[in-house]
Design a protein around this ligand. Structure first.
Ligand SMILES: O=c1ccn([C@@H]2O[C@H](COP(=O)(O)O)[C@@H](O)[C@H]2O)c(=O)[nH]1
Length: 237
């Protein structure tokens, strides 16, 4: 069975747990994601640990956000780890995004639009007026014009972003929750089936998998659900 387009967020308190989760899910998913918790605690060595013998794709979610020169330097610093994907914040602006793209030509730069943990009320509080979809579309267009090959948005906005940027850009959606699962600190969520049907290319899923009693079986179950959507809609997984 082909692995499903899921990036499992390995937000673990220690390296052994992260590597264990990675070994359980890698038969079923294409990608594992290393975020700030693991990278700041263990540094670059974490990448080899979670990649393991399987050589699974690693998504390095550092959400870089600084002046262009600093972001370019940071991106160059992790290039030798060969992450498949590296995140920057779209709000860093076009020059910063372009600096990251030029610094790591062999890694996909993914621009994070609006964090999926922000509700419409939160967005208003931080000065983003109007529906989240409008801001996400605007940031997506800006990021793609600056050379970003991938975008991170909530599954609620993925159809609108696809309409905005067309077919060639990889759309990555955190904020994915199987039906009935708790949202936790995520605000703009949808099910894996809905995210895929609406055009997402890679679904980021963390706690619903890693917090389950059997992460391997849970990942396999979600992967099977995505294959059913793919068979029904023709959307390739
Ligand atoms: O807008 C964003 C950008 C990144 N993330 C990251 O995705 C995972 C989600 O984990 P869950 O346990 O499934 O909530 C996490 O590592 C975030 O840092 C995001 O949630 N939203």
């Amino acid at each position: 069975m082909r692995p499903a387009p899921i990036a499992v967020a390995l937000d673990a308190p220690d390296l052994e747990t992260a590597a264990h989760w990675a070994s359980l899910v890698t038969p079923h998913v294409t990608t594992v994601k290393v975020g700030l918790e693991l990278y700041l605690r263990y540094g670059p060595d974490v990448i080899a640990s979670v990649r393991g013998a399987s050589g699974v794709r690693v998504f390095l979610d550092l959400k870089l956000h600084d002046i262009p020169n600093t972001v370019a330097g940071a991106a160059r610093a992790v290039a030798r780890l060969k992450p498949a994907i590296l995140t920057v914040h779209a709000a860093g602006g076009p020059a910063m995004i372009r600096a990251a793209v030029e610094a790591v030509p062999n890694t996909q730069i993914a621009a994070v639009t609006l964090l999926t943990s922000l509700s419409e009320a939160d967005l208003e509080r931080v000065g983003i007026d109007g529906p989240s979809e409008d801001a996400v579309r605007r940031l997506s267009a800006l990021a793609v014009a600056a050379g970003a090959q991938a975008l991170v948005c909530s599954p609620r906005e993925v159809a609108a972003v696809r309409a905005e940027v067309g077919p060639g850009i990889t759309l990555i959606t955190p904020g994915v929750r199987p039906a009935g699962a708790a949202s936790q600190d995520q605000a703009r969520v949808a099910t894996p089936e809905q995210a895929l049907a609406d055009g997402a290319d890679l679904l980021v899923i963390g706690r619903p998998i890693t917090g389950s009693a059997d992460p391997g079986a849970t990942a396999a179950g979600i992967a099977a659900a995505l294959r059913r959507v793919s068979a029904a809609t023709g959307h390739q997984v």
